[in-house]
Design a protein around this ligand. Structure first.
Ligand SMILES: O=C(O)c1ccccc1N[C@@H]1O[C@H](COP(=O)(O)O)[C@@H](O)[C@H]1O
Length: 213
C-alpha cells in the first residue's frame, strides 16, 4: 500500500474525513501559508487524530527550538521540516524525541544527487517536493535519475487526476498532497480528498510499502 499524507488540514470536519478515508498521516502547517494553524488550533485538531494515524507538524524557516516547542505543545511527534541545514539539525530534533521528515525541493535533490544522492542528513524519511512548497507546483517525477532510492515521499502538484501515474512512474513509497485536494486555496474539498485516496489505492505499483515510518 502506498503511504498517504494529506497536508494543510485546518478544521475538524476535514480531519475527521481524512481519518475516515484511512490516510496514514495528516499534516498541520505552522509555516507561512493560507493553511497555517495556530498552536491552539493544532491542539484541537490533533485531539481528533487516533493513535493509528500519524500527525505531522510542517515547518519552514522556524528556529529549531520553536519547532520543538510547537510540536510538544500540539502533542505531535513527527515534524516535516523544509529547510534542514545539516545532520546536526536532525540530531537536535531527534534528541527532542521527534521523528523527522526532511523535505527537499526538486532543485535540492538535483544538487544533492551530484554529490550524495538523496542526502537525508540522518532524517527518518525524505520528502521530495516541487520547487515551491504548498503551491501545487509539479515537477518531473518521471526522470528517475533525479529521484532518491529507498523509501521516500513524493509531493508537489499531486491531484486525484495525476497521482496514480505519479506513483507508478516514480516508484515513490508515499505521497503527500495539499493544494490538489482543495476547491479553493486553503479550503479542502472532501470529494477531492476521497478521489485522491481512491486514485492512490488503485494505482499499480511495484513492491509493497506497508511498513510505517
Ligand atoms: O501546504 C502548505 O501550505 C505548505 C506550506 C509550507 C510548507 C509546506 C506546505 N505543504 C507541503 O507542500 C507539499 C506539496 O504541496 P502541494 O500539494 O503541491 O500543494 C507537501 O509536502 C505539503 O506537505
Amino acid at each position: 500500500m502506498t503511504f498517504i499524507k494529506m497536508c494543510g488540514l485546518r478544521d475538524e470536519a476535514v480531519v475527521d474525513h481524512a481519518i475516515a478515508l484511512g490516510v496514514d498521516a495528516v499534516g498541520f502547517v505552522f509555516a507561512d501559508s493560507p493553511r497555517r494553524v495556530s498552536a491552539e488550533q493544532a491542539v484541537r485538531l490533533r485531539s481528533r487524530v487516533p493513535a493509528a494515524t500519524i500527525a505531522v507538524g510542517v515547518y519552514v524557516r522556524m528556529p529549531l527550538d520553536e519547532v520543538v516547542a510547537t510540536a510538544r505543545a500540539a502533542n505531535l511527534d513527527h515534524v516535516q521540516v523544509h529547510d534542514l541545514r545539516s545532520a546536526d539539525d536532525v540530531r537536535v530534533l531527534h534528541e527532542a524525541g521527534l521523528t523527522v521528515i526532511r523535505a527537499v525541493n526538486t532543485t535540492g535533490v538535483e544538487t544533492a544527487s551530484a554529490e550524495a544522492p538523496s542526502e537525508d542528513f540522518g532524517a527518518d524519511l525524505l520528502l521530495v517536493d516541487g520547487a515551491v512548497a504548498g503551491a501545487g507546483v509539479s515537477w518531473d517525477w518521471q526522470d528517475r535519475s533525479s529521484l532518491p532510492s529507498g523509501r521516500w515521499i513524493l509531493a508537489g502538484g499531486l491531484t486525484p487526476d495525476n497521482v496514480a501515474r505519479a506513483v507508478t512512474t516514480s516508484g515513490a513509497w508515499g505521497v503527500d498532497v495539499s493544494s490538489g485536494i482543495e476547491s479553493r486555496r486553503g479550503v479542502k474539498d472532501p470529494a477531492l480528498m476521497t478521489a485522491f485516496a481512491e486514485a492512490v489505492r488503485h494505482a499499480p505499483r511495484a513492491g509493497s510499502a506497508s511498513d510505517g515510518i
